[in-house]
Design a protein around this ligand. Structure first.
Ligand code: SF4
Length: 377
């Protein structure tokens, strides 16, 4: 099982909290698409003959692509890769791009079958805090348009921990989400990334500071509400109705292979990880794979083990000690079962046979627990 990630590096505007690679312009879209097709040709053997189960257009803002551009890219993928006929094809979209006409043409003229809409909040004041370009009304309209056009499989993003987002307002955000019967939610705590405009604005007192205690309260509310509404908390930031787990993100979490295309995109083939240059001009001008790659690292057993622990612990499948024994050897399995014991005793982890799964209480400390379980040196 494998996946293809395609990074579309254009946005209409840079949101203050964002640290993804993108440029606030659509000026070089046509030359970018030509470079992307070239990269696909050059890297057509990266996944060997693995069956590709998912293609994910991420960004940036993939909803800025035209129907023709999407179809050109997908036709090239079909020509070069071993695509599963039952392919999940996701398009990330901003609400202000999703008018009914556009969504209908995406439905009728492309094979896109899943939407990921960057809603972030159903309150205008939160969207203003985040410097988003759309309004709450546009977010609701976008969801309704996608549903009206006949897309059943969709997800939205909601951000919690925004200053001013009281627990009552967070409940309201979730109530609105549930009212649309959307089968998947990705929800993240607002993080102030280094060198972002938001960090600068907080420093200059133009934005209120993020309060960690508020984020934790929001996460607790999220876990309660999501359960009451029949969703599975299958990854720390992802929630779905049965049958609607993200096939694409599951590839990352289960350690399967993926090819990342476009500037800044990451790829993994089981032994090495590499990422492309995060520079649009350099990417467009590259006529050889080596020029597109910013860095490549061969992964040691220890790195692969650490990565497995870090990602699997965040999922509802948990960390499997038998898998560790089979893949990394008995020494790693012994190390793991010994180091996870204190967290079992503290009620942060539950054991189900060979699988070790975070409890709701443990999910509040997921990153810290994973750090303690990693092997260094
Ligand atoms: S639209 Fe998305 S990718 Fe673009 S700047 Fe905003 S958060 Fe970042």
């Amino acid at each position: 099982m494998a996946g293809i990630y395609i990074h579309i590096p254009f946005c209409k505007h840079k949101c203050n909290y964002c640290n993804f690679f993108s440029v606030a312009s659509v000026k070089y879209r046509d030359v970018f698409v030509a470079a992307l097709l070239r990269e696909m040709e050059m890297r057509k053997d990266y996944l060997k003959d693995a069956v590709v189960n998912t293609i994910y257009f991420g960004g940036g803002t993939p909803s800025l692509l035209t129907v023709d551009e999407i179809n050109t890219i997908l036709a090239k993928a079909d020509e070069l890769f071993n695509l599963n006929p039952d392919l999940e094809i996701t398009l990330e979209a901003n609400p202000d791009d999703l008018n009914l006409e556009k969504v209908k043409s995406l439905k009728n003229e492309t094979p896109i079958n899943r939407f990921s809409i960057g809603v972030q909040s159903f309150f205008d004041e939160d969207l203003q805090y985040l410097d988003r370009q759309h309004t709450a009304a546009q977010a609701r309209q976008a969801i309704e348009n996608v549903q009206k056009a006949g897309f059943e499989n969709m997800t939205i993003d909601l951000i919690y921990g925004i200053p001013g987002l009281t627990p009552e307002k967070w409940h309201k955000n979730l109530d609105i989400f549930f009212s649309y019967h959307i089968p998947h939610l990705s929800s993240y705590s607002l993080t102030v990334e280094p060198k972002t405009t938001l960090q600068h604005q907080i420093k200059n007192r133009r934005r209120a500071e993020v309060d960690e205690a508020l984020s934790i309260r929001h996460f607790e509310i999220l876990m309660e509400e999501i359960k009451q509404n029949g969703f599975v908390h299958y990854e720390i930031s992802n929630f779905a109705k049965e049958g609607f787990y993200s096939k694409h993100n599951s590839i990352y979490w289960l350690g399967d292979y993926y090819l990342g295309l476009g500037p800044s995109a990451h790829s993994f083939n089981g032994v090495s990880r590499q990422w492309n240059v995060a520079l649009l001009k350099k990417y467009i001008d590259s006529d050889a794979v080596e020029k597109m790659v910013a860095e490549k690292e061969m992964l040691t057993t220890e790195q692969l083990f650490n990565e497995y622990v870090m990602t699997s612990l965040r999922t509802s499948w948990g960390c499997d000690s038998e898998h560790i024994n089979n893949v990394f050897g008995a020494e790693y399995a012994n190390y793991f079962t010994k180091s996870i014991k204190p967290f079992l005793n503290e009620g942060k982890v539950n054991r189900h046979g060979n699988r070790y799964v975070l409890t709701n209480h443990g999910k509040l400390f997921a990153d810290g627990i994973a750090m303690e379980l990693m092997r260094v040196g």
